[in-house]
Design a protein around this ligand. Structure first.
Ligand SMILES: C[S@@+](CC[C@H](N)C(=O)[O-])C[C@H]1O[C@@H](n2cnc3c(N)ncnc32)[C@H](O)[C@@H]1O
Length: 107
């Protein structure tokens, strides 16, 4: 028998203008653990790796709670900088990476 999907927090804004508001993102990231706005890395890995090499420096602008940087790191791309407007997103990403054993890699 299929297990029921875990309930997802209701994080949709009432208007698209909320996407411009830092408070919206803070509130959302306080509730939501993980969400990929595009498909996950496995869908476009073959394209990314044609263009980004292990010696590349990558800036992920607006990283949110995506797992893209971990996936890139696992593929040998280690010069990664993730930034976000939301300090909650940044702090939660830091904690998530520390919990996964990436403490040494976090600057
Ligand atoms: C649509 S989400 C995408 C999150 C992630 N990149 C993904 O694909 O799952 C947009 C992200 O950009 C961040 N953001 C919005 N305006 C920003 C700004 N001016 N500077 C940095 N980050 C910003 C938001 O906090 C949010 O995490």
């Amino acid at each position: 028998m299929d297990r029921p999907e875990p309930e997802k927090p209701d994080v949709l804004p009432s208007t698209a203008l909320a996407y411009l508001d830092r408070n919206y993102w803070d509130k959302r990231f306080a509730q939501e653990e993980h969400y990929e706005w595009f498909k996950d890395y496995s869908h476009f890995r073959h394209i990314v790796l044609q263009h980004i090499k292990p010696q590349s420096s990558v800036l992920e602008l607006g990283c949110g709670n995506s797992q893209l940087c971990e996936e890139l790191y696992r593929d040998g791309i280690t010069e990664l900088t993730c930034i976000d407007l939301s300090p909650i997103a940044v702090e939660k990403m830091k904690q998530r990476l520390i919990n996964k054993g990436y403490k040494e890699q976090i600057g």
